[in-house]
Design a protein around this ligand. Structure first.
Ligand SMILES: [Zn+2]
Length: 543
């Protein structure tokens, strides 16, 4: 399977769930893998219904015009500004610089069309400042947000192009108005508008075939179409509430974060090895989950049908918390499922059986017995566990095999038992994806590096090579970061020869470095593709 996927550069997708090995003896096996490049383009959905943000605390303001929303916001913030217009010098300003915007050591960071800036140093926040305070947000956007890297990430080149210019941004303003179809030719213009409107956060949507701001000037609404967007995945701990025992609702701890760690491991390797994707950015969602942005060009160009196929390939857990078996994998196991089991095995022992202890009580172990196939064995297990209240889940898990070997059931089907145990392992460890996020080209997703309004934590990238080191509770909050800028002093013996960026003075540094190198590699590969295409073209000309 993996070999098939690697044979050529096209993406081969199995439209069905990975229930079985293609060619093995099951009813689905007649289906030939569909070569993604040959799929027909499906109807792009530009319907506002699909476009709604994925969180409910946002007021969808589809009918609100940009001007209305801005007027509302200006009433609140009492900042009156002219609408920014694109100037040639803005388009090409700073392209060669490798530095982010605004550092306290740079004097000329003032931008004429931006609102009055916070004092350049120190950052003026008090001990009572909250993440959502306007002063705090302004200082964050001015001094720490990686505007240039964000631009390069979405633009795939240092020179402004429609990859960035036709990209939709959606702002959630502080009065909860939701402002869609914003677009900017450059990082600087995006930054200026963010400083003017001071959104509590913003989301990133697709690249359209025209500037999203001009969509109403098109003769037919249907000719406004999304062309490209990263393939995205969303994993949230609320989807694990029926199996996590340490926390509930919005609360998380390092124990339940392991569900996210497991999910990233399983999804990341599948995207790389089975689909050949290279540029996968994992980002902490700021509270209790993580997002993946697959940034390879061939991922960005996938239509909804292909996105659904990839999502379906990765989806193994189905159904809600109530009722029925949630895992339904066919045998022999699809290589992706077999590999996932292998990855998840050790996590199951430590992170599930020991840390979550999911079958502690009678009510809870009934769920486990529901998933096991042999009635006589189940009766023996029930008896044993009921007479030993509080018996640890790891001991209960070992009891299954022990009692099976001792002959508790005369007609035991040991293959069925093994498969049931594999299904239990998957049910408690396999990634639970919010699949709607992945299915649609025009789904919006919160930008990396924005601040989560509830926790004040920055949505930092997660380095998949150092997953074990990531602790969501250790991710800096915006107020902590601004304090760190204030507390920073130049190391002994350095006379200020090198300008130190504000982010370098804070715990944001490793996350920024990871993001910057991710973007650099993405841009290098993208440039390589262009050079190769041009060379191929010139060869053709010579012929
Ligand atoms: Zn927890």
């Amino acid at each position: 399977m993996t070999a098939i996927l690697h044979q050529n550069s096209t993406i081969q997708l199995h439209p069905k769930m990975p229930h079985s090995i293609p060619g093995a003896n099951s009813a689905e096996n007649d289906e030939v893998p569909i070569v993604a490049e040959e799929m027909e383009t499906d109807e792009m959905q530009t319907d506002a219904e699909v476009n709604k943000p994925n969180e409910s605390n946002v007021t969808p303001a589809e009918e609100m015009t940009a001007e209305d929303a801005i007027a509302e916001q200006l009433k609140d913030t009492k900042v009156a500004e002219a609408k920014p217009e694109v100037k040639l010098e803005d388009l090409f300003a700073d392209d060669d610089s490798d530095d982010e915007f605004a550092s306290s050591n740079i004097k000329d960071t003032k931008v004429s069309s931006s609102p009055p800036e916070a004092p350049s140093s120190p950052v003026n926040i008090g001990t009572l400042s909250r993440a959502t305070d306007t002063d705090v947000m302004r200082a964050f956007y001015q001094r720490l947000f990686p505007w240039r890297s964000l631009f390069q990430w979405l633009n795939h080149s240092p020179t402004p192009s429609t990859d960035f210019g036709h990209r939709e941004f959606a702002f959630t303003l502080q009065n909860d108005a939701y402002l869609r179809y914003q677009a900017f030719p450059t990082a600087d213009l995006l930054r200026k508008d963010v400083l003017r409107l001071m959104p509590s956060r913003f989301e990133i949507g697709p690249v359209y075939n025209t500037n999203p701001r001009d969509r109403k000037t098109l003769r037919k609404a249907s000719s406004f179409k999304p062309l490209a967007k990263e393939l995205c995945f969303d994993i949230d701990l609320t989807d694990y509430d029926d199996i996590r025992t340490c926390c509930d609702k919005a609360n998380i701890c390092i124990k339940c974060w392991q569900f996210i760690t497991m999910a990233i491991k399983v999804i990341d390797i599948a995207l790389r090895d089975d689909f050949g994707f290279k540029h996968i950015l994992w980002v902490y969602s700021g509270r209790r989950g993580a997002h993946a942005w697959v940034c390879d060009k061939k991922a960005r160009q996938m239509n909804d049908q292909k996105r659904r196929a990839v999502a379906g390939y990765l989806e193994v857990i189905k159904g809600g918390a109530q009722g029925g078996k949630r895992v339904d994998v066919k045998r022999p196991l699809h290589p992706h499922v077999a590999r996932s089991l292998d990855i998840l095995k050790s996590h199951f022992q430590s992170d599930i059986l020991e840390d979550q202890d999911p079958w502690e009580t009678d009510v809870k172990f009934a769920r486990l017995l529901d998933l096991l196939p042999d009635r006589s064995l189940n009766e023996a297990l029930r008896k044993k566990w009921s007479s030993a209240p509080g018996r640890a889940s790891s001991a209960k898990w070992a009891d299954i095999d022990a009692l099976a070997k001792s002959g508790a059931s005369k007609n035991l089907d040991s293959k069925a038992l093994l498969e049931a145990k594999q299904d239990v392992l998957l049910e408690y460890t396999y990634p639970r994806l919010d699949i709607e996020v992945s299915k649609h080209l025009n789904h919006l997703l919160k930008s990396p590096f924005v601040v989560h309004p509830g926790t004040g934590r920055v949505c930092v990238p997660i380095n998949p090579k150092r997953l074990g080191d990531f602790d969501p509770l250790d991710v800096p909050t915006v107020t902590e970061l601004l304090d760190e800028i204030n507390e920073w002093t130049a190391p002994e013996g350095e006379d200020g020869g090198k300008v130190v960026q504000d982010w370098e003075k804070t715990r944001l540094k490793p996350y920024m470095e990871h993001f910057r190198s991710f973007v650099a590699v993405l841009m290098r590969d993208e440039a390589g593709v262009k050079v190769k295409r041009e060379r191929d073209d010139s060869d053709a000309m010579q012929f």
